[in-house]
Each structure stands twice: as C-alpha cells, then as structure tokens.
Ligand binder design. Structure first.
Ligand SMILES: Nc1ncnc2c1ncn2[C@@H]1O[C@H](COP(=O)(O)OP(=O)(O)OP(=O)(O)O)[C@@H](O)[C@H]1O
Length: 377
C-alpha cells in the first residue's frame, strides 16, 4: 500500500534524519515504527502525507507517487493523529470531528450525523460533542483525535505517538480500542512509538529504527522478540523480551486444576494448611484466605488477601505465568469470559507449557499436548 524507495531527508544544516529508507507497508495492517528518540520515525511518517518533503527518493501510496499529488489534497485523504490530539481549541468537539468532512464539502447535517456516529465508535457520548477540547481529559481528547482522523473514512491512518501523553491505564484502554476498531475497519495504519511494548501489542509488523532512519529489523513482533537480528535490536527490545514473547504463545495447553473455594461472607474459616479461594455469590474470585498454620482454630474475622492477576480463557502463556507469579498462594486464578472461576494454574506447569511451545517451535511442529512438570525437559 505504501512504499518507500531510496528515501532520504536532510533538514537544513543537520545530518541526514533519514539516510536511505526502503520499506513496503502492507494494506489493511498496522505497521509500527519503533526506535529511540531522534532516529527519524516521525520524519518518515510525515513524508507519507508530505508534511515533510523528502530530499530524495520516492514514496508511493496505492501505486501513486505522493510527490505528484497536491499536498493539501493528499493530507485530507489520510487520517492523522498526533500525540497532543491537535484539536482546534476554539471549536467544539463535533466541529473538530467534522472539519475534514466540511473541507470535502460534505453537507453539514450529514457531517454531524457521521461525527456523532464516530464519537460513539471511539467511546464518547454525543453530549461530549458540545464541549470544547479543554473541557475533556487527555484520554478523551485522544479519542476525539482518532474520531477526527477517521471522519473521512480514509484508507490510510498515520498515528504519531497518539497515546503517549496519557496515563498508563487510559493508554491501555486506548490501545485495546484501537485493536477493536481495526478489526472492523482494516485500515492501513502506520503507527509511531518509542515504546516496544506498545509496538509489539499493536503491530502486525514492526520496523525497528536506528539512527538515520535505518531499519534495523522489520518483522512480525513475535519474531523481533524471539530473534532480534543484532545487538542494537536486542538491547532496544529489552531484557524481559523472553517474558514478553509469551504474549504470542497460546495458554490453552496449561492444565487447570480444582481449588478449595468458598463464598466469602466475612466470617469464613481458614483451612489449616491450604490456601482457600474466596468467591462472590456469582462464582467470581475476590481474594484468598491464607492457611491458618499450626493452630486449626478458625479465625473469628477472616482477612481476605488480595489476589493476583487473572488468567482468562483464551489468554496467552504470559498471562498464565503472571497469574501464578502474582498470586499470594502461588496458584494462578483462571476465569472464563464472564469472570467466573474455572480453576487454578500452577507455575511449574506453565513453565512446562512454555518449554513445550519452545520445543515445538524449534522442531517446526504443532504444539504437543500439555507436558507434565516432570516431563518438562
Ligand atoms: N524540523 C526539523 N528541523 C531540523 N531537524 C529536525 C527537524 N525535525 C526533526 N529533526 C531532526 O531529525 C532527526 C530525526 O527526528 P524525528 O523527529 O524524525 O525522530 P523520531 O525518531 O521521531 O524522534 P522522537 O521519538 O524523539 O519523536 C533528529 O535528529 C531531529 O533533531
């Protein structure tokens, strides 16, 4: 869909921001440019819609050389979302979202109807449409930025660190929304970030940039985590890449076990020697009761120990391992889509499943059935 051929950019007086970029970007997929600060990601992104003009080389979009398309028309034909949302402060949210539609001479009523639909798509109520940008939180502003970029239904969406100015919780929400949106929209998205976790979560493909716009590796995220091509990529990807790579291995082979459990009523008795999982009356985990130890005396007022992360049906091995590691009992709590208890996973069995997945990969075979801990090696 998008092709960089021998593209270079020299800002006046400086060293080459981008030396010689050759890269093909797939249609309908999310391609992430990731890399340290100043390596030319934003410059490369902005050359696609001619916000930055290349010094030499060619960029084509859908086979057309962007240099031959008038810049304003080109920009209107692509969605663009940036870090600060870039909303016009003196215009209401709805007017911000309809800007491009109005420039494209879409009648006002149609544009507003479309904008309201889009606000709903990005999780904002119609009432938000009447507010001004400074009356929204940072996360809400970014949602408006995404709605505005989608307004003209462009096939290409350029996103420059769109979620980096919001807190981690909102950021995770926005990332999930983008994944959900993309399932329906299948846009060609080019996404710039310096966060490798964000890159591997969102990218169908990830281009790891080094100084001067040199692409050190361009591959699917699991490959970058599993087999970085050189020390630069390995260092950038980080020390816990092995753990992160588990996001790409299904957790279906991890055995689920029964666990002693009770409905929590505030007066439950701890067992002498085992951890007991406390549930609400809908079978959803609330926390644990620690073993009472030598004294089998029931506690008058039991103390609920907060649980660890939950391993949902369908989650990857990473979540299974995290559930086990973060659980005070050492047993990772597994739940179904409704959040109801299905059982627990054991750390050593997750490790055995990880080893089985690795062996299967090494032999290029299908995943064997779940290995027992004894059979792990
Ligand atoms: N308008 C400009 N004028 C001069 N130099 C610029 C300009 N914009 C960027 N540069 C330089 O070009 C290089 C690449 O910058 P660019 O913004 O593309 O990098 P980046 O990888 O997106 O960085 P960051 O993650 O910090 O945004 C840097 O050395 C930067 O200082």
């Amino acid at each position: 869909m998008i092709d960089f051929r021998n593209v270079a950019k020299n800002y006046q007086g400086g060293p080459a921001a981008v030396e010689n970029l050759n890269l093909g970007i797939d249609a309908g997929k999310i391609t992430v440019f990731v890399g340290p600060s100043g390596c030319g990601k934003t410059t490369s992104l902005r050359m696609i819609n001619r916000m930055v003009e290349p010094t030499s080389g060619t960029i084509t979009v859908g086979g057309r050389d962007v240099g031959t398309i008038p810049a304003p028309a080109l920009r209107r034909s692509m969605g663009y979302v940036m870090q600060s949302a870039g909303l016009l402060p003196h215009r209401t949210v709805i007017d911000n979202v309809t800007t491009v539609l109005r420039l494209n001479r879409v009648p006002r009523a149609t544009a507003r109807a479309r904008a309201n639909e889009l606000l709903d798509t990005v999780g904002l109520s119609a009432a938000m449409g009447r507010r001004y940008p400074n009356q929204l939180s940072g996360g809400q502003q970014q949602r408006v930025g995404v709605a505005r970029a989608l307004a003209a239904d462009p096939p290409v969406l350029l996103m420059d660190e769109p979620f980096s100015a919001v807190d981690p919780v909102v950021r995770a929400e926005l990332q999930q929304e983008l994944i959900r949106l993309q399932r329906d929209l299948a846009k060609t998205i080019v996404f710039v970030t310096h966060d490798i976790d964000e890159a591997t979560l969102l990218g169908d493909k990830v281009a790891v940039f080094a100084t001067g716009g040199r692409v050190a590796q361009y591959a699917a995220p699991e490959e970058i985590l599993r087999a970085p091509v050189d020390d630069f990529v390995a260092a950038f990807v980080g020390r816990d890449r092995g753990f992160r790579h588990l996001s790409f291995s299904p957790g279906t082979s991890v055995p689920i076990h029964q666990v002693p459990s009770q409905v929590w009523d505030g007066t439950n008795s701890a067992s002498a020697s085992t951890w007991t999982l406390m549930l609400d009356d809908g079978n959803r985990p609330l926390g644990w009761l620690a073993p009472a130890g030598g004294s089998a005396t029931p506690l008058a007022s039991a103390l609920l120990v907060p649980g660890g992360s939950l391993f949902h049906t369908g989650d990857p091995l990473r979540n299974a391992l995290d559930a086990a590691l973060s659980s005070p009992s050492g047993l990772g709590v597994a739940v179904d889509d409704a959040g109801q208890l299905t059982g627990v996973v054991k750390g050593e069995e997750v490790l055995a499943a990880i080893e089985a997945a690795r062996t299967a990969r090494a032999h290029g075979s299908r995943l064997p059935r779940a290995a027992t801990p004894e059979g792990g090696h």
